[in-house]
Design a protein around this ligand. Structure first.
Ligand SMILES: Nc1nc2c(ncn2[C@@H]2O[C@H](COP(=O)(O)OP(=O)(O)O)[C@@H](O)[C@H]2O)c(=O)[nH]1
Ligand SMILES: [Mg+2]
Length: 394
């Protein structure tokens, strides 16, 4: 099948075969990689030969899972690989790289060890509970409160991390014919959305990736919000518009300078962060307090872009982002809850067993973030869920 001994390199079918002996390979096992000529048929035949020889095809995340199970990677690092592949923004990529490098795992592991140390101390007194002095319990509470503070700060910074790595959603909304699609095209800088003088043309929503300053966002053009319509397709479009508005970080509410104000329709988006935009300013101005734009002349489009960027900057001004993903946040939250109960137990003078138990729970929840000391507590289905989101062969 592959190049034989002594064959001139160019005369035959050739392949590059890379042998990576364990345990220092990616998975820890002996690994052989075949680099063959592309071409679906060629590759298919080679795979068939390998399968016939007893190989099995890899499923999603098969290699990362083996690397995890053989101790070459922690779970959070494996999840970092998936995040790296799925990254849609530079911030997401940067956070994923830090995960793969083990930054989150190191922090979590250091904290877990501190909790374990404290649990050990409590357990050492199990047989002589009367020897535990007030100053001991006071110190335990102080130490636990400090650990709780660390986890609490992770959680506080989670949203900032999520916001930084995800594309924000910016939705254009307003009555039909307000000039939403024209403004969408002006912001996207290419003719993408259908513009038409007939109301109700944009029946489904249209999305495009747009940068607002340093922040990537998905800009969404929606169907106009009309309260009554017998056109069933448009009714569906309006229902989708509402869905889009519910999921949006910012709504650009657009009304045209030559149209009557629509406070009724505007009320439907109460609660979201709204920037009010008066379009078609080339035709006049009836809402002086609103940000004026004209898709026709380009007036105000850059100001609008700046206004949205500034909104993002204000949002990001808070805490430094935490690189933990949702699963890590959930486990950190569980561990915080256990630490809190632990503190209450000590303050209530509960039996040492109960205190040690809660600390053990906090410790296990932290350990589940890296998966390093928690394999027993981890169902195969948890791992299944994590790795099934990976690409095949990753
Ligand atoms: N004069 C003027 N007309 C505009 C402007 N923007 C859009 N229009 C016109 O208004 C009509 C509706 O525009 P469209 O973008 O489809 O509105 P949508 O229904 O809100 O998406 C079209 O005839 C556009 O050419 C503008 O800035 N100035
Ligand atoms: Mg439209």
């Amino acid at each position: 099948m592959l190049g034989g001994e002594g064959s001139p390199v160019s005369a035959r079918e050739d392949a590059l075969v890379v042998v990576m002996p364990g345990p220092r390979s990616f998975t820890g096992e002996d690994v052989v990689e075949l680099h063959v000529h592309a071409g679906a048929r060629n590759v298919r035949q080679i795979i068939d030969v390998l399968l016939a020889a007893g190989a099995t095809a890899a499923g999603p995340g098969a290699f990362s899972r083996r690397a995890f199970e053989l101790g070459r990677l922690d779970l959070d690092q494996a999840e970092g690989i998936a995040a790296l592949i799925g990254a849609r923004t530079d911030a997401a990529l940067a956070q994923a790289r830090r995960l793969v490098a083990g930054e989150l795992g190191r922090g979590v592991e250091a904290l877990r060890e501190q909790v374990a140390g404290l649990r050990g101390e409590v357990e050492a007194n199990l047989d002589f509970p009367d020897d535990v002095s007030d100053s001991d319990t006071k110190r335990w509470v102080l130490e636990l409160a400090e650990l709780r503070g660390v986890v609490g700060r992770w959680l506080q910074r989670f949203e900032a991390g999520r916001r930084a790595r995800e594309l924000a959603r910016v939705a254009l909304a307003g009555p039909p014919n307000a000039g939403k699609s024209s403004l969408f095209n002006a912001l996207v800088e290419r003719e993408r959305s259908i513009v038409s003088p007939r109301p109700g043309t944009t029946r489904d929503y249209v999305e495009a990736d747009v940068a607002f300053g340093a922040r990537g966002a998905v800009l969404i053009d929606t169907a106009g919000l009309r309260s009554v319509s017998d056109d069933t397709i448009e009714v569906e479009g309006i229902a989708r518009t509402r869905e889009q508005l519910d999921g949006a970080d910012i709504v650009l509410w657009v009304e045209a300078a030559d149209a009557e104000p629509r406070p009724d329709a505007e009320r439907t988006i109460e609660g979201a962060s709204v920037i009010r935009v008066e379009s078609k300013r080339d035709l006049g101005c009836s809402r002086p307090a609103w940000l004026g734009v004209s898709a026709k002349t380009g007036e105000g489009v850059e100001e609008l872009r700046d206004r949205v960027s500034r909104w993002f900057t204000d949002q990001d001004a808070g805490d430094a982002p935490w690189i933990g993903l949702s699963r890590h946040r959930d486990r950190a939250r569980d561990s915080l809850a256990a630490l809190e109960v632990g503190i209450l137990r000590i303050e209530d003078g509960a039996p040492l067993e109960l205190i040690a138990f809660e600390l053990g729970v906090a410790e296990r929840r932290l350990a589940e973030i890296t998966g390093r000391h928690a394999l027993g507590a981890f169902g195969g289905d948890v791992l299944e869920r994590i790795f099934s989101r990976f690409c095949i062969g990753k």
